[in-house]
Ligand binder design. Sequence first.
Ligand code: ARG
Length: 457
Amino acid sequence: MKLWGGRFSKSTDNLVDDFHSSISFDQRLAEQDITGSIAHATMLGEQGIIPKEDADKIVEGLKGILADVKEGKIEWMVDAEDIHMNVETILTQRIGEAGKRLHTGRSRNDQVALDVRMYAKLACQETVAMLEDLLDAILTHAQENLHTIMPGYTHMQKAQPITLAHHMMAYAQMFLRDRTRFQAAYRAADVMPLGSGALAGTTYPLNRERVAELLGFSAISQNSLDGVADRDFLLDYLSAASICMMHLSRFCEELIIWNTNEFRFVEMDDAYATGSSIMPQKKNPDVAELIRGKTGRVYGDLMALLTTMKGLPLAYNKDMQEDKEAFFDARDTLVKGLTVFTAMLRTVTFRKENMERGASGGFTNATDCADYLVKKGVAFRDAHAVVGRLVAHCLNENKALLDLTLDELKQFSSVFEQDVFDDLSMLSCVEKRRIPGAPAPDMVQASIDWTRAQLHD
Ligand code: ARG
């Protein structure tokens, strides 16, 4: 018979057991469920709500089950529905009558909310640690490439020269923001819901603060309906995960482009690329493509849970059981994505010569040429027009600005002097951009230092 079977005269149809049983996926919550129950039973004993001896037996029994779970010795029962009833059933099989007192003053509704919150807290902490590892990889590349010139793009057209360090540090800012988002998701999850009962609290004098303390929660939930009906903390995690995957995906997209024959800005390490079954010459950036592809999955998980929640009246509804697969899938996808991406990034080789050569083509110093004229007293709008004509002339002649002689330049504006050639070199274009946030090497160094300080905060 089911733990809740008292008022039923028939057993559940097999189809229903199969349909609503969640043990196949919520067994991942075993450790959280058992740890939560140990805290609940301890508090019940301390409050005199159940006999102290029974509380002790329950705690001992649960510890034994937890040890067996860790050794993979437990066979979960599909007809016991979910992790909560599986654990309770096994406990009562093992310790007898005392086991039946565990669920005093508790409902599976507040129990599952607790378990998922505990798991979410771990997931946030783990993600923060992984982001810090990724940031370290990015900062390492940045530090080594303060002077590596590369073209910066807008509209995927060469725009102005920057450095590889500057480009890397843009990603550092994105992942630093992701870290803040996961820290916020952690705080959202860090609220202890036990005591909410099924929806309306309980008549027993539970010590909720004590349970929060035993389980390392910083606060208790403030409303019993919300305590069982809230999954915002998972949506916070899924939103943060979606944005983080979007950042990974953009980075992957750039690595894929940089890895093309046309660009050749990077060489993927052989350990992070794959070949073709038919084309012997191929070395494909599959890892980066797959991370880009899996980003869609994580967005799907976020959309799935948002959609599940949107029509739910208070308080608990069984629809909410759907939260777990979406959350676990997103968590697994993100963890794998971050792990493999960081490893791949650490092993990438940058083809600095190609980057520098790429920067010199495409008139990336045209803005600097206009700025040079401004420095010599020409109004910016006029300078823009002069350089526009210069570029058109160069395109006709198949030349770069730096290929022109001073005489040629003077035909477009009399203020050009010999010093223009220094001003238009790629290095000087970068070095002249010396305001905070700009690509000059000492500015990027300041940004690296600032970012490292944030990490150690
Ligand atoms: N397996 C359920 C879930 O994941 C646990 C809560 C069930 N509560 C209930 N009243 N059926 O949400």
